[in-house]
Design a protein around this ligand. Structure first.
Ligand code: G3H
Length: 250
């Protein structure tokens, strides 16, 4: 099964208009050889999505957003719908990131509704799952991820969805699981995705690893079986590091 690797950059709450120059710079290194091997996507804050559209197109990168509301429109002050993101130029949207689950109390049901909204709007959701340190230490990592997959993926989701496994304790900490731990979790996640969606989709869906991915560890992490790319936080803010991560596919 050939799955096109995807390296997605999640800028989180970072970036002003001046940061758009980084997307332009990413394009300089994103040559035909690398384009042939991996898809690159950048997910800036919502304020920059529309402004980034033409720049990303010129650079050859895809564009994503970081969250969406479950409804297409309505009286939801401060929220942004998947339709609006699509209109602004996004093709992807991250849903269920652990920071939204923690900061905004998003449940698996909320994440499923957002993923469904993304699909309705024509966006590919990047659905995040992952255990906390306490859950891993309690031996519950597999059960937590299984429950998140079962609860957060729309049961009729197509193979275009992306799943990102991000152990919460590895996000922004410089810590990473061992390659064997990543291999075990990704194989497990693929089996659970197939159990959830059926129809042979599990083999087609890309499962990204996220959590302290950097140029120095990208090659090792991205060569693990069933790792189809990365969801990169801190190292995606600058072209040099982001392209250093993507270079794992050269
Ligand atoms: O969405 C990205 C992840 O939360 C990873 O963040 P990080 O690469 O800064 O650890």
């Amino acid at each position: 099964m050939t799955r096109r690797p995807l390296v997605a950059g999640n800028w989180k709450m970072h970036g002003l208009r001046a940061s758009l120059a980084e997307i332009e710079a990413m394009g300089v290194d994103y040559d035909a050889a690398l384009r042939g091997r991996a898809e690159l996507v950048v997910c800036p804050p919502a304020t920059l999505v529309a402004l980034a559209r033409d720049i990303a197109v010129r650079a050859g990168l895809g564009l994503g957003a970081q969250d969406c509301h479950a409804e297409a429109s309505g009286a939801h002050t401060g929220d942004i719908s998947a339709e609006m993101l699509r209109d602004a130029g996004a093709a992807y949207v991250i849903v269920g990131h652990s920071e939204r689950r923690a900061d905004h109390g998003e449940t698996n049901a909320d994440v499923e509704a957002k993923a469904a909204a993304a699909l309705r709007a024509g966006l590919a959701p990047i659905i995040c799952v992952g255990e906390t340190r306490a859950e891993r230490e309690a031996g519950e990592a597999l059960a937590v991820v299984a429950a998140q997959i079962e609860g957060s993926l729309p049961s009729d989701a197509p193979a275009q969805i992306v799943v990102a496994y991000e152990p919460v304790w590895a996000i922004g900490t410089g810590l990473t699981p061992t390659p064997q731990d990543v291999a075990d979790m990704h194989a497990f996640a693929r089996a659970r995705i197939e159990a959830r969606l059926g129809g042979g989709k599990g083999a087609h869906i890309r499962i990204l690893y996220g959590g302290s991915v950097k140029p120095a560890n990208a090659r090792e992490l991205l060569s693990v079986p069933n790792v189809d790319g990365a969801l990169v936080g801190g190292a995606s803010l600058g072209a040099r590091d982001f392209m250093g991560v993507a270079a794992a596919y050269r």
